[in-house]
Write a protein that binds this ligand. Structure first.
Ligand code: NDP
Length: 296
């Protein structure tokens, strides 16, 4: 193995510590940033995410408001809760955990959140602001990837970046952020021809596909930086299961210059950036200077 391992776990701990330091200073002046997380239904994976978010929010010194609603919650009830959270001055960030039960329209629900409190960065206004290079709330996972890349490379200007995946939550905002940092960006997807060849031109390769170990070492340009966003559960030994990324780590690490592991790479950055976004939202809402290094 030749690649440097990008330690997202350690980096995320530093981001969380930075956030906690700012929160402590705000709290000393009587301002406590607050994050409301709304979970509808009983999807077990979502319940774990929401619990972890609550724990880390409190650890950062912020107020955590959890709203767990039954799966049969109506659209009107959910929109009513969002309206109340929009109006609540103690709430600076609102996150509705996805996926929602089938009878609820996620676009309608997300677009009901006050864009200034949309710490997931999924509201159409924030998507538009990011796309036009204006100050936005930025989706947490791509923001975390950008932080890791800037930490490794400093300036990304002029680099060839290939993003595999064009979802609204990872692929597209990732591409926008890389473009904002003056990379030459290619977005690949399931209809892309000659994907290995496209990937081989990347100085920066971001895989956000959801297919276990799809990206092989011979798809990677020697020395490239590989950011593996994928979280895939696959069968392990003796009836257990394990988590792997979208990149075949062993073969990729033999070629890449640097690579994020799974677990311990991008994953921990996502919640750290959620906390960062909540702090940013709180500062903006109160006309305070934004902490440095936590926004694009
Ligand atoms: P989506 O399923 O929404 O999007 C997957 C994308 O990959 C689509 O654009 C799809 O193309 C593309 N794709 C699928 N198959 C292929 C293929 N064979 N070749 C090329 N492209 C392909 O997934 P998400 O963006 O939501 O998530 C991607 C991965 O990242 C998942 O493993 C998810 O668990 C993980 N994730 C991790 C997070 C973290 O915190 N680390 C946070 C969010 C997601 P098309 O559009 O043509 O269908």
């Amino acid at each position: 193995m030749s690649a440097a391992i990008i330690d997202g776990k350690a980096f995320a701990a530093r981001v969380r510590a930075q956030v906690a330091g700012h929160v402590a200073r705000l709290a000393a002046g009587g301002l406590v940033p607050g994050l409301a997380v709304v979970l509808v239904g009983d999807d077990p994976a979502s319940a774990v995410y929401v619990r972890n978010k609550g724990i880390q929010t409190k650890e950062a010194g912020m107020a955590s408001f959890e709203h767990r609603l039954p799966a049969e919650t109506s659209e009107a009830e959910l929109l009513g809760l969002i309206a109340a959270l929009n109006a609540d001055p103690a709430v600076h960030g609102i996150l509705v955990q996805l996926p929602l039960p089938k009878h609820l329209d996620p676009d309608l629900v997300i677009n009901a959140i006050d864009p200034a409190k949309d710490v997931d960065g999924f509201h159409i206004s924030n998507v538009g602001l990011l796309g036009t290079g204006q100050k936005a709330m930025v989706p947490c996972t791509p923001l975390g990837c950008l932080m890791l890349l800037r930490d490794r490379h400093g300036s990304l200007a002029g680099m060839e970046a290939v993003v595999i995946g064009r979802s609204n939550i990872v692929g597209k905002p990732m591409a926008q952020l890389l473009l904002g940092d003056s990379c030459t960006v290619t977005i690949a997807h399931s209809r892309t021809r000659n994907l290995p060849e496209v990937c081989r031109r990347a100085d920066i390769l971001v895989a956000a596909v959801g297919r276990p170990e799809m990206v092989k070492g011979d798809w990677i340009r020697p020395g490239a930086t590989v950011i593996d966003v994928g979280i895939n559960r696959v069968p392990g030994e003796g009836g257990t299961s394990r988590i792997v990324g979208d990149v075949d780590f062993a073969s990729a690490a033999a070629v890449a210059g640097a690579i994020t592991p799974v677990p311990g790479g991008v994953g921990p950055m996502t919640i750290a950036c959620l906390l960062a976004n909540t702090l940013t939202a709180c500062c903006r809402a109160n006309g305070l200077p934004e902490p440095e290094g936590l926004t694009p």
